[in-house]
Write a protein that binds this ligand. Structure first.
Ligand code: ADP
Ligand code: TRP
Length: 323
């Protein structure tokens, strides 16, 4: 069995970029019989940015509902909430004492914000150590993540190596990133990388009218309706490309190049495709969000199973350290 683990922060409702770039590929790994997957909602991590209790609780449920709506099998695998297994905090402290300061000072998550140090809290600085603890606490071999998270996996490896070397042991398993073959970056409604923080995301779980408005709001250029258009230069097409089949893409490209075809029509095609593709997930998501107790039960049961695995690794580490 190969152990896979990944986390998604509860810092918002997962958007199209998170779903195509992280959630769906991770679910594919979990469908292989030989893979044993532990996926969790990183609510401790989300505290580095989000302080509202209400927002956090809503986002935890929204993130869990997304995994479930897209068919994550939580019986074969494990789905849990990070803060339900507190052992991760104990391991974070132990690992932090094996983490050289410059390693954290060089992490993108900190460096990108280090020009305004007064905005950086200590949690954000130590964020990669908590992530290393998430990974190392479960003897993780593979971590499905996007490109932006690779440095964090390398940090987890380096911390594990330092610990193992110090105690002349192989107590901590060295993890590696499991990247998708075609590591995609989903563009947002303005053409930049789709992200919660840029406000350019498509919320595929929004009610129909809102989703339509969201898609209709995608930025396009001012080529006139009757003129031919270049699909490779257009955001609507770029997003459609990620959702549709090769034949459907070719068909739409033809319409673009033929002229007398407006961006409004292209957006309508993208909207219809989204409804067709995500219809089932949308209804499952809405149903689940109306049953928060059901989500809680699934997360709690997952945490009990995760805790058993965490116990084994933490005991190993504590014995070595002398606690
Ligand atoms: P955001 O930028 O919206 O805050 P996160 O940083 O929380 O997203 O990312 C959560 C996961 O989703 C990560 O694994 C990340 O690689 C993936 N992801 C986020 N945005 C995109 C995107 N636009 N395209 C592809 N994957 C994405
Ligand atoms: N830092 C990751 C992100 O922002 C989320 C995360 C937390 C994570 N702990 C993890 C991902 C452990 C993989 C493994 O996307």
């Amino acid at each position: 069995m190969a152990r896979y683990l990944t986390g998604v922060q509860s810092s918002g409702v997962p958007h199209l970029g998170n779903i195509l770039g992280a959630i769906q590929p991770s679910i594919q790994f979990s469908q292989e019989a030989a893979n044993d997957c532990i996926y969790f909602i990183a609510d401790y991590h989300s505290l580095t940015t989000i302080k509202s209790a209400e927002e956090r609780r809503h986002n935890v449920h929204a993130t869990a509902a997304t995994w479930l709506a897209f068919g994550f099998d939580y019986n074969k695998n494990i789905l849990f909430r990070q803060s339900d297994v507190k052992k991760v905090l104990e391991l974070t402290w132990i690992l932090s004492c094996f983490t050289p300061y410059p390693m954290l000072a060089n992490a993108h998550s900190f460096k990108d914000k280090s020009e305004r140090l007064s905005d950086v809290n200590a949690g954000l600085f130590i964020y990669p150590v908590l992530m290393a603890a998430d990974i190392l606490l479960y003897d993780t071999e593979f971590v499905p993540v996007g490109k932006d998270q690779i440095q964090h996996i390398e940090i987890a490896r380096d911390i594990a190596t330092a610990f193992n070397r110090h105690y002349e042991t192989d107590a901590l398993v060295l993890p590696q990133a499991a990247l998708q073959k075609e590591n995609m970056t989903v563009p947002g409604t303005d053409g930049a990388k789709m992200s919660k923080s840029y406000g350019n995301y498509i919320d595929i779980f929004a009610e129909e009218k809102k989703l339509r408005k969201n898609i209709m709001g995608i930025k396009t250029d001012s080529t006139r309706m009757e003129d031919p258009k270049d699909p490779s230069n257009d955001n609507v097409f770029k997003i459609y490309q990620l959702l549709a089949s090769k034949e459907e893409n070719e068909e739409l490209a033809k319409l673009y190049k033929g002229g007398n075809f407006g961006y409004g029509q292209a957006k309508k095609i993208l909207f219809d495709k989204s409804m067709e593709l995500f219809g089932t997930a949308r209804s499952r998501y809405t149903e689940l969000m109306e049953k928060p107790n059901e989500i809680e039960d699934i997360l709690k049961a997952g945490a009990i199973r995760a805790e058993q695995k965490a116990d084994e690794v933490l005991s190993r580490v504590k014995t070595l350290v002398g606690f």
